[in-house]
Design a protein around this ligand. Sequence first.
Ligand code: HEC
Length: 110
Amino acid sequence: MRLFLIITVMTMTVFASASQAQEFDASATYSEFCAACHGFDGSGMSAEIPDFTGDQNRLGKDENILTKIIMEGVEEADGTVLMPAFGGADPFSTEQSRELIQYLRENFGS
Ligand code: HEC
């Protein structure tokens, strides 16, 4: 009986983490929403796009600053959108934005 319980709990844990991974996949999210501008290798598709892999330690900034950029986007004074806002639940939350930063740091950070 006890063994049965342990196995049940273990199985539930595996399923719980599997479904969590399905909920938010930083790599897939990056490919879908970010790679068009930032490139699949993180180096940026044009001169105006920051190079995450460069030596300026772009991803070394405070996490709150990077999160704000992702959630609120970047707009010039004249209203030109340099980077769209991704905030709110659509398409992702602040927590997920932090996971994205983690992903960027692990994959592109210099
Ligand atoms: C339409 C193009 C575009 C898309 C799509 C885009 N970005 Fe950006 N991103 C930019 C530009 C341009 C900047 C630089 C803005 C500036 O000059 O301050 C930037 C800046 C950033 C920065 C700050 C870098 C720094 O050094 O300050 C981060 C972090 C970032 N983007 C992450 C993301 C993530 C994560 C996504 C996807 C969810 C994304 N971006 C989608 C264009 C884009």
